[in-house]
Design a protein around this ligand. Structure first.
Ligand code: SAH
Ligand code: SF4
Length: 412
């Protein structure tokens, strides 16, 4: 059935194999692009210059064809095209919620599927990025957790989500690139460079998967996203959410340096063991000690504690008071983000009542800790926190046939 106000999923069918034998430059470091060019036969000096130019075109201008890289000598462009690509994930479906949230089901070159979500707000636009296809961790309230881990996403596939979002939002600067050296006179692009007023302002690593179980690729992708000559997002606008992979948290702070969000969700061992099974490995005390030691956390850059509100499970006044006590005991520069539970087919929990969520929030607020209630976004297209799951969102062949028939009938 078509739901009024929705844009029907766009289905592009089978996934074309991208690149063939060519090397995808997306996700490589600058150094990686330079050495790929050298391996393909450029001398060191040329490789250095070209890699700098290519980097700028890929990440600052969003160009995917070497032919459009107008400051690279015309004769060299086919040579690059034969050997390299600037890839993008394939869009399998794209949906828009009645509240403006957008969700894309994407496919990697090997056909593996993952989702990304864009959440527009009055003062910002947040892209929720996936780090894995599936997840190993099986949190009991999370739809992704019902999938097994299929594989980690590569740095290219992670940064590719950001590039694709910029494509979809039409947010690449237009016009010439006067700062670049070696400008060919074929540059017929007469527009003006405009980089202001972007919609995509923030990134959260809160899509499918546990980012700290794919540390190297997530780090590589975020370094690219933060690079000043390119996407240039400030680390203050990027948040990484972990379910509590304690041994990787210090490294995340030191080597990536983005904001930290921790999926706490319960204040005692019994309940957290049940709903976040990773707690059996890294308990609450260990987790909070790692938070207290997180590099860069201070009162200006607080750690966000995510707390999913599950009816009669973790939502009592006593739970709220214990949460406050723990935050104070560990002297954490913290804010609490209360997430109303987002249902999905087969989930065994219910969301706490709005009154309960409000009462829980008030107790935390009264102790001087900020505890906003996250407004669920994109629930109607299963795009809200914890609702992502690639297989479930893909319409079956029978469903696609039915949709096509309905459309035919509507036209006829
Ligand atoms: N794996 C990481 C990041 C992805 S999940 C993590 O667990 O932190 C992003 C947030 O959504 C996490 O806080 C997660 O616990 C929460 N979440 C998962 N399922 C949910 C659901 N059904 N309703 C509300 N929040 C959910
Ligand atoms: Fe994995 Fe995070 Fe979902 Fe837990 S909440 S299953 S860690 S994606």
């Amino acid at each position: 059935m078509q739901i009024p106000g929705h844009i029907d999923p766009v289905t592009t069918g089978t996934v074309p194999l991208r690149g063939g034998n060519r090397v995808d430059l997306v996700g490589l470091t600058r150094e990686g692009i330079r050495s790929a060019l050298e391996e393909a036969g450029l001398d060191a000096k040329a490789a250095k210059l070209r890699s700098k130019q290519i980097w700028h075109w890929i990440y600052h201008r969003g160009v995917t064809e070497f032919d459009a890289m107008t400051d690279i000598a015309k004769a060299m462009r086919p040579w690059l095209t034969e050997r390299f690509i600037v890839g993008r994930p394939t869009v399998v479906t794209a949906q828009v919620s009645t509240d403006g949230t957008r969700k894309w089901l994407l496919a990697a070159a090997d056909g593996q599927e993952y989702e990304m979500v864009f959440i527009p707000d009055a003062d910002r636009g947040t892209l929720c990025v996936s780090s894995q296809v599936g997840c190993t961790l099986n949190c009991r309230f999370c739809h992704t957790g019902t999938m097994r881990l299929v594989r980690n996403l590569s740095a290219g596939e992670i940064v590719g989500q950001v590039l694709l979002a910029r494509d979809a939002l039409g947010e690449w600067p237009k016009g010439t690139m006067a700062s670049s050296a070696d400008i060919d006179d074929e540059d017929d692009d007469a527009g003006h460079y405009t980089a202001d007023g972007r919609m995509l302002t923030n990134i959260v690593m809160m899509g499918m998967g546990e980012p700290l179980y794919n540390f190297d690729e997530v780090k590589g992708a975020l370094k690219i996203v933060m690079d000043g000559d390119g996407l240039a997002l400030s680390k203050r606008r990027i948040t990484l959410s972990t379910s509590g992979v304690v041994p990787m948290m210090a490294r995340a702070g030191e080597e990536i340096g983005v904001n930290l969000a921790v999926s706490l969700h319960a204040v005692n061992k019994e309940i957290r063991d049940e709903i976040v099974p990773l707690n059996r490995k890294y308990g609450i005390e260990e987790l909070l000690a790692a938070c207290a030691a997180y590099p860069g956390a201070n009162n200006a850059r607080r750690i966000t504690f995510e707390y999913v509100m599950l009816k009669d499970k973790n939502d009592s006044d006593a739970d709220a008071r214990e949460l406050v006590r723990l935050i104070k005991q560990y002297k954490l520069p913290a804010k609490v983000n209360l997430i109303p539970f987002n249902p999905w087919p087969g989930a065994i929990y219910e969301c706490s009542s709005p009154e309960r969520v409000r009462a829980f929030s008030n107790i935390i607020f009264e102790s001087g800790i900020s505890a906003p209630i996250r407004t669920p976004r994109g629930r109607d297209i299963m795009a809200a926190c914890g609702q992502l799951k690639s297989a479930a969102t893909k319409p079956s062949r029978a469903e696609l046939d039915r949709i096509a028939e309905e459309k035919q009938a509507a036209l006829g």
